[in-house]
Write a protein that binds this ligand. Structure first.
Ligand SMILES: Nc1ncnc2c1ncn2[C@@H]1O[C@H](COP(=O)(O)OP(=O)(O)OP(=O)(O)O)[C@@H](O)[C@H]1O
Ligand SMILES: [Mg+2]
Length: 486
């Protein structure tokens, strides 16, 4: 990923409306063929003129060549030889002119075709930011790097969804060059899977310590193998032994870091999902397991609005035991500059949409990058006036790319919930008497309970000042316009 020219799946990348002409290469692979019009037109116009020029140039060269070799002493030659020479000179000149001219025009056409139509969208919202696509976060990354170089530390990394927590942690791990065992808990369906994933995510053991670590692993697990991929758990893990297996893996990793005498950081991303897998008391169990570990650091990360409360309230398992790191918005001016720089790498010399993008997409990096990607598509297609690009891209994401998702989310909501969403999207305080009356919400308490459900489902979120907002700026736009493109 990153700067290298790569092709994205057209379907998932952009439902770009104006796909008809001069499309961006990234969008068009596998769809309609590349437009051949500009090079073809150039070829037709340039051919006769170039040919004439080429012919006379070649004629000059061929004549000079003959002259140099004294092959055209016109006066000495009999007339037959003279005309044969003349015809040969003209033919060679003509042939060379056609060949060279056609070849030159073909190459020029190719180059101009390439520069006119091949843009590579440099914005990726689908996965955590890779090295080249990662910006800012210098302060937080430096703090994490320092953290990863210590031992026995614990940290909670939190922030709104799509703000960039995972990208930050992974990039800090890369910068630190320390051992990072990163597992996304939300991808597992049980604790055994988390345990297995932890072991799989661990960096390869040092060759010289392999046997020693294998013996160590045997102490913790009933069946392990030493294969090409290092030390791995084998055999079926019993479902009821999930907590025990998780404990074994964590203990092994702590012992291993000690044996290697190297810091090792274990990151459990989407930590709140551990409660789904291990029940309400899982954080207490984890605390019990790791409280005496001295060799490994732990990062717990997540975006669920309840996570910070779970982890830090006075009766929480990790109360007063965690360093806290909040991942907030990236500075707007920095993002604007960075987007313009990225767009240039992708082949667009000017990208004056940054400010509008940030204003429309809101504070979350993921939303900004997503809108930037659509803006890039539109700008590369070259059919939308610059002043309309950001607004059109916003509509495009809302009403084309995400319309099925939003429509099914909308239909999953009760009528009161829908009315509450509409009210908030249009800027009304959801439980105010006027709103309840205007949007026919029934009573204030029905509005309250609808709000509670929507917060729980994370369709709405509470910001730091307690104000209720849409999780997605695109869904807010969709609700405000009743799912119809304005
Ligand atoms: N510092 C950054 N520079 C550039 N792009 C970023 C940065 N941080 C995040 N992004 C982009 O934003 C999107 C969301 O980032 P990421 O997945 O890291 O967020 P998150 O907070 O972990 O989200 P979630 O809460 O959904 O887990 C990604 O596509 C990523 O490429
Ligand atoms: Mg994440």
């Amino acid at each position: 990923m990153g700067d290298s020219p790569m092709c994205l799946d057209g379907a998932s990348v952009c439902a770009c409306e104006s796909r008809a002409s001069r499309p961006c290469h990234a969008t068009y692979m596998g769809e309609s063929p590349m437009p051949l019009d500009p090079p073809n037109r150039g070829f037709r116009v340039q051919m006769p003129r170039g040919l004439l020029r080429g012919f006379f140039t070649c004629l000059l060269f061929v004549s000079c060549h003959y002259k140099k070799k004294n092959l055209t002493p016109l006066a000495d030659l009999p007339i037959a030889t003279f005309s044969a020479n003349l015809i040969a000179t003209f033919s060679i000149a003509m042939f060379s002119a056609i060949t060279f001219n056609a070849f030159a025009i073909f190459i020029t056409s190719l180059i101009s075709d390439f520069s006119m139509t091949h843009h590579f969208n440099p914005f990726f919202f689908e996965s955590p930011a890779a090295r080249q696509a990662f910006t800012d976060r210098e302060e937080l990354a430096a703090r994490l790097v320092a953290f990863m170089r210590q031992r026995g530390r614990r940290m909670l990394v939190h922030g709104l969804r799509r703000m960039g927590k995972t990208s930050l942690i992974l990039n800090a791990g890369r910068i630190s060059k320390e051992n990072l065992v990163f597992v996304d808990v939300s991808t597992a369906t049980n604790l055994n899977e988390v345990a297995r994933n932890l072991l799989l995510a661990a960096p390869r053991e040092e060759e010289s310590l392999l046997l020693k670590l294998f013996r160590l692993a045997q102490k913790h697990f009933s069946s392990v193998t030493l294969g090409a991929g290092g030390i791995q758990l084998t055999g079926e893990l019993r479902p009821d032994e999930g907590p025990k297996n998780l404990q074994s893996v964590l203990t092994y990793l702590n012992d291993r870091a000690g044996a290697e005498d190297k810091p090792l950081t274990i990151c459990l991303d989407e930590f709140q999902d551990l409660r789904l897998l291990g029940g309400e008391r899982i954080d207490w169990q984890i605390r019990g397991i790791i409280q005496h570990f001295e060799n490994v650091n732990f990062i717990f990360a997540g975006s669920d609005y309840r996570l910070v409360k779970w982890m830090t309230e006075p009766n929480a398992a990790f109360f007063n035991q965690l360093q806290m790191m909040e991942v907030g918005p990236i500075d707007t001016s920095l993002l604007v500059k960075w987007m313009a720089g990225r767009a240039k790498i992708g082949g667009l010399a000017a990208f004056p949409f940054g400010q509008d993008i940030v204003e429309m997409a809101g504070p979350r990096t993921g939303d900004i990058i997503r809108l930037a990607m659509s803006c890039f598509e539109l700008a590369a297609a070259g059919e939308t006036p610059a002043g309309q690009v950001a607004a059109k891209a916003f509509d495009l994401v809302t009403f084309s790319e995400k319309t099925y998702e939003f429509s099914s989310r909308w239909h999953d909501c009760s009528l009161v919930q829908r009315a509450v969403l509409r009210a908030i999207a249009l800027g009304f305080a959801p439980t105010a008497a006027e709103t309840v009356r205007k949007f026919e919400l029934g009573t204030t308490s029905t509005a309250h309970s609808a709000l509670k459900t929507l917060l729980k489902r994370q369709i709405l979120t509470r910001d730091i000042e307690g104000e209720i907002k849409f999780d997605s700026p695109f869904f807010s736009h969709w609700c405000a316009t009743q799912g119809a493109r304005p």
